[in-house]
Design a binder for this molecule. Structure first.
Ligand SMILES: C[S@@+](CC[C@H](N)C(=O)[O-])C[C@H]1O[C@@H](n2cnc3c(N)ncnc32)[C@H](O)[C@@H]1O
Length: 374
């Protein structure tokens, strides 16, 4: 686990050793490989730190840490999927990238209230970080028990084989390692870093690795294109295991034209203690890294893998369609004081207007060969 140095931006010596070991012979690491090491490397990556990176004491907020109304609204939608499938007795909710379990706790409470007595539901979290997974498991076991819902924390999505249910991921795709390519006069180059004397500095090489389909778009010279092969692979994994049901991805991102139509440096952002770092390479392993999700490629990967797209829309629109405004209104009516009402209104406004560029991708696996309720 990285030592806890709240003020330090220096990478740990162990992290630097790993970066050097995984670099090409000339010292170059393509950006996605660098990202993989600094964010996820066992014991030393950013997500392995002792304290949660999420919420007020961390580096950034996600929607579940803004207000429980987010999870409550989402729970209604999860239940709508269950109804849509004919209310099967056996149903599995799988949350990918569950973080510290804040969203899961809210969902379990709500699902527990709605669960018919004889229904055998399971809620599974798949969380890559050992520290976050352990914290979430400790927190969620009693919540699940109260809700009468089986709880599991498998290492991978497909540990139980194909299933019927819902897959859910909030702000996971933007955190997965992204490749960054730049168009120059000769063609495409791969952006990455070189690690030297304890520092990571930007570097590039002519593109030498294959790019999975679809083909790269025509771009003006100087354009930077970002996409995550791992995010696209995750969509294939979901399609392989979700026999019938829905998959819901909530994340910030844009269509590929966001990158391909104009020259620019891309969307990479490093966050630390709720501030954007001027240099995203300045604190390897000690800040959050994220890129806009390339939704053009992610959506194409989902469809190629056999999932059907139900909806793709701004998160604000999805929340409104799922009853967020009515839920907020009910909470306002129940609020004990004017100060509570003001606080609730601010949180509601933050969720509807503050999560700019967030989208919801709703997919379904039709399971047409299964009898309803099976
Ligand atoms: C930005 S956080 C979001 C956490 C939570 N979903 C929320 O909304 O607060 C992304 C989470 O995904 C986890 N993660 C990253 N890659 C993963 C993977 N391949 N499988 C499962 N979890 C992953 C990270 O460890 C981190 O906890």
């Amino acid at each position: 686990m990285p030592e806890s140095l709240p003020g330090s931006r220096e990478p740990s010596p162990e992290l630097l050793t790993r970066l050097r070991r995984l670099a090409d012979p000339d010292g170059f690491l393509p950006f996605d490989r660098y990202w993989e090491v600094v964010q996820f490397s066992q014991g030393v990556g950013y997500f392995e730190q002792a304290s949660s990176p999420l919420g007020p004491g961390g580096d950034y907020y996600t929607a579940p840490s803004v207000t429980p109304l987010f999870g409550a609204t989402l729970a209604d939608q999860l239940l709508a999927y269950w109804h849509g499938l004919g209310r099967p007795a056996q149903f599995r909710f799988v949350e990918l990238g569950a973080g510290d379990g804040t969203l899961a706790a809210e969902l379990l409470d709500r699902l527990g209230e709605a669960r018919p007595e004889r229904a055998a539901w399971e809620y599974a979290i798949v969380e890559r970080s050992d520290t976050l997974r352990q914290a979430a498991v400790e927190r969620l076991r009693p919540v699940a028990e109260r809700a009468g819902i089986e709880f599991a924390a498998p290492e991978v999505l497909g540990s139980e084989g194909p299933f019927r249910g819902v897959v859910l991921a909030n702000e996971l795709l933007d955190t997965l390692p992204a490749r960054r390519l730049r168009r120059n006069e000769e063609g495409w180059e791969e952006l990455g870093v070189v690690v030297d004397q304890g520092r990571a500095t930007p570097a590039s090489r002519p593109l030498a690795r294959p790019v999975p389909l679809p083909q790269l778009p025509a771009c003006p010279i100087g354009a930077t294109l970002e996409f995550s092969p791992e995010a696209e692979g995750l969509l294939r994994e979901v399609a392989d295991h979700l026999e019938a049901g829905a998959a819901l991805f909530l994340d910030y991102g844009a269509a590929e034209s966001r990158w391909s139509s104009v020259p620019g440096d891309g969307t990479l952002v490093a966050l630390r203690q709720h501030a954007v770092l001027a240099d995203p390479l300045e604190a390897p392993g000690r800040c959050d890294l994220s890129c806009f999700v390339n939704f053009t490629r992610v959506r194409a990967a989902a469809v190629r893998a056999g999932l059907r797209e139900r909806e793709f829309r701004p998160q604000r629109e999805a929340l409104v369609a799922w009853g967020f405004v009515e839920r907020l209104e009910r909470a306002l009516q129940a609020a004990p004081s004017e100060a509570d009402r003001v606080r609730l209104r601010l949180l509601g406004k933050n969720l509807l207007l503050g999560f700019e560029n967030f989208h919801v991708l709703e997919l379904e696996a039709t399971g047409e060969d299964l009898p309803p309720g099976a």
